[in-house]
Design a protein around this ligand. Structure first.
Ligand code: SF4
Length: 470
């Protein structure tokens, strides 16, 4: 009998990406195999993201495309997963009579049972946030996309109430995983030859061990000290939650990458208050200065929302000034879009007209593009450690990431180094969004067999952005 096949389409942040990896391994554990072609699949899962505008509309329209496949393949099972699925719940099953199940992010760990129940005939909605959701992680039950970079969730959900953000309702209340579980998972990955670990959470630096109360500084220290870990990243940090002890750890461990995503959202105190962020531009600035004093090579990236309700030209000018001053290595900027159930749409003062928000966003991108080009140009002539992560578009080239997360293209040797190899590249050209150079040393770290192939089982279109929003 031919094995069943599944296809997962993933939208959104690293959390969703990791959730897809968890879904992937659960299905593989049931003997269902991945396919890169949705038309060959017996199970299609849409892992949706609700951060952007018209998220539900986009998700239903995508599901509509998959439903067409059901006409010629009536046995095809269609699952709606992720943050929009959490929001829509029962409504989705009622609206789409041929939708087979709905699974929210808090119930991903139950996918295998849900598929089994549907195979027996039951349509299901599994949403909500069980108390034990972070204690039920099975370390082997994640089908990693590569064999060199592993993402590890340390905290789920968010208790903050930023007025524009839907995350607290789609990912539920905050829950931290125990320190020992996290260390066990990281050790497990290192034993398999992983060299880079990325700790994930909507407010990653708000993690606390549920029994001892140890904070993120302790966790950073313990994880960074694990033998064999070449690179440690974490995303996304909430500015208000950064403590001096955490900054100290960033300075103390050279394997903590000098790249930090620290969303500021606006350069205007008035707008930050309306967003309910709980910090001012000055406190953000002071934090950035302290971090840069601790690590001179630190690259900071940020999120910005343009056109938040009531944003005046003066508020926007303050954001532009902050961007000029901070010289972020990357800015993820978006036009404000009202999300269901959030407080911002109810704020007094009218929304910023769309043409004005469009124009502000364009000005912001133009400013940032120039800054990025200058920052990249400063690296020309330097030698950078690069983790090789892929093949370049041009024949004979490979790509990788510096510790400060810049993309580097370089010509490969013959034979090329395996993906997951750490190497050194001398930077020769700066492009607006990447660097080009040539390798100056042979590979330093080789991974276990199969590293090049990676596990590409999580197939499908990706629209990735950083965890964003904290
Ligand atoms: S923006 Fe970040 S910190 Fe604020 S509510 Fe959303 S996830 Fe939480």
């Amino acid at each position: 009998m031919k094995p069943r096949r599944f296809f997962i389409e993933t939208w959104g942040c690293q959390m969703n990406e990791l959730d897809s990896q968890r879904m992937n391994s659960q299905l593989m554990g049931e003997g269902i195999l991945p396919t890169r072609d949705a038309r060959q699949a017996d199970i299609i899962l849409l892992n949706s993201c609700s951060v952007r505008e018209k998220a539900a509309h986009k998700a239903y329209s995508r599901l509509g495309e998959y439903r067409k496949l059901k006409r010629s393949r009536p046995h095809l099972m269609l699952g709606f997963c992720g943050c929009v699925a959490q929001q829509e719940g029962e409504k989705a099953l009622a609206r789409l009579p041929d939708l087979d199940f709905v699974v929210g992010p808090g119930r991903i760990g139950e996918l295998a049972q849900i598929v089994a129940a549907r195979t027996k005939g039951r349509r299901m909605v599994a949403t909500g946030f069980p108390d034990a959701r972070v204690r039920n992680y099975q370390l082997d039950a994640i089908s990693r996309e590569t064999t060199y970079k592993g993402m590890v969730t340390i905290i789920e959900g968010c208790d903050k109430k930023c007025t524009f953000c839907i995350v607290p309702s789609t990912r539920g209340p905050e829950q931290s995983r125990p320190l020992d579980d996290i260390l066990r998972e990281v050790r497990h990955l290192l034993a398999y030859g992983f060299v880079e670990i990325e700790l994930l959470g909507q407010t990653v630096n708000h993690w606390r061990d549920p029994s001892t109360g140890d904070d993120f500084a302790v966790l950073l220290d313990r994880v960074a000290a694990l033998p064999g870990l070449a690179r440690l990243r974490f995303i996304t940090s909430y500015p208000r939650d950064f403590t001096p002890a955490m900054i100290e750890q960033v300075g103390r461990h050279p394997n903590i990458c000098p790249y930090l995503h620290l969303p500021v959202q606006s350069g205007s105190d008035r707008i930050l208050r309306r967003m309910g962020r709980g910090y001012t531009v000055d406190t953000y600035r002071a934090l950035a200065v302290r971090l840069r004093m601790t690590r001179a090579d630190l690259a900071l990236s940020t999120d910005l929302i343009v056109g938040f309700p009531g944003e005046t030209e003066d508020d926007f000018a303050a954001t532009m000034r902050l961007v000029e001053e901070m010289r972020f290595s990357q800015v993820f900027a978006f036009k404000y879009s009202p999300r269901p159930g959030t407080a911002a749409p109810r704020l007094p003062e009218t929304a910023v007209p769309r043409p004005i928000a469009d124009q502000r966003l364009k000005r912001l991108f133009a400013l940032q593009e120039g800054i990025q080009q200058e920052l990249n140009a400063e690296l020309v002539g330097s030698s950078q450690e690069v983790l090789i992560t892929g093949w370049g578009k041009e024949a004979g080239s490979q790509t990788g990431r510096t510790a400060c997360h810049r993309i580097v293209h370089f010509e490969h040797d013959d034979p090329p180094a395996a993906l997951g190899t750490l190497t050194r590249v001398r930077i020769e050209h700066a492009l607006p969004h990447s660097l080009r150079g040539c390798r100056v040393t042979p590979p330093q770290t080789r991974l276990a067999a199969g590293a090049e192939a990676g596990n590409k089982a999580v197939a499908g279109r990706r629209e990735l952005h950083p965890l964003s929003t904290p």
